[in-house]
Design a protein around this ligand. Sequence first.
Ligand code: SF4
Ligand SMILES: [Zn+2]
Length: 337
Amino acid sequence: MKAYPTGAAARDRFVVERRPPREVHDPWRAQGLHVEDERIADGTIARTATVFLTGRECPWRCVMCDLWQYTIDRDTPPGAIPAQLAAVRAELDALGERPSQIKLYNAGSFFDSRAVPEADYHAVADGLANFDRIVVESHPSLVGPRTRHFLDALGAYRRSGRRPPVLEVAMGLETAHAAALDQINKRLTVDGFVRAAGRLRQYGAALRVFLLVSPPFVPRDEQDTWMLHSVDVAIASGATAISLIPTRAGNGALEALATEGLFIEPTLADLERSTAAALEHIRGHGSSLRVFADLWNLDRFASCLHCLDARRARLTKMNLEQRVHPPVACAHCGGAS
Ligand code: SF4
Ligand SMILES: [Zn+2]
């Protein structure tokens, strides 16, 4: 591999040149719907729907990101996002599900108007009646006037005598390791993240923070320390939820970094250890602050199939109860990999 470049434009090229081909997606159909339980800030458990929306690709080229494969290469057509949501509501009805939270994840930034047209905000808000909380994701630099506009659209419920849903914005800090964050190519600094979190507070929106488990460029023996520093930045920024996302290889760029020793994909044990450490670390910050291990596609991180189900169940309980459970004992692997 050529050395990892230093300039942002060269890093963009490094990432794009290594991508595998992208499938063609229909912008009038969501990528999927997932319904699960999540512990909410008051300590109760809420049914939570996650909708994976289809829309225009994110304009950034973060070195660890593989979300572009679920996107389209042109602007999202006006009306497509409300149409996807209408289909999702019908699917929820058919499933007999009445979730109180909904996450609208568009593999980019909700406040990128080429991904979610601003003209659709009112139609999107209209389709979110009956939800107490709406979670969207955004790059921190796009938290601004469009966030306000969407909050205004949600606020329209007030005029009809209903309480508007709370807006929660999920932002990826990824890591508080400043040099690694720069190399990740998100064009974000820790200060920039903190400022965006301040804007959210000012608007009255809640904050969820995504942190990477085993981010590239952070030396292996410093990963645990930087995870806790990153949790501290999330807490200081006013987060009420912190999601730990294992860094997933597969986009070509991470494989190239791995050959240089700049990235090591986390194991299930890394995710378990990080989750337990973060849960211990937030103790004393109040029950509204929660840490979640991201369990999507967990089997790819496991090297022992004998204990995978038990370890997934342990992490699920830790997510729901917000306390550390004893590690799984496994006669085959010792529960350590
Ligand atoms: S900002 Fe988010 S969606 Fe965009 S490239 Fe980076 S990680 Fe991926
Ligand atoms: Zn095992």
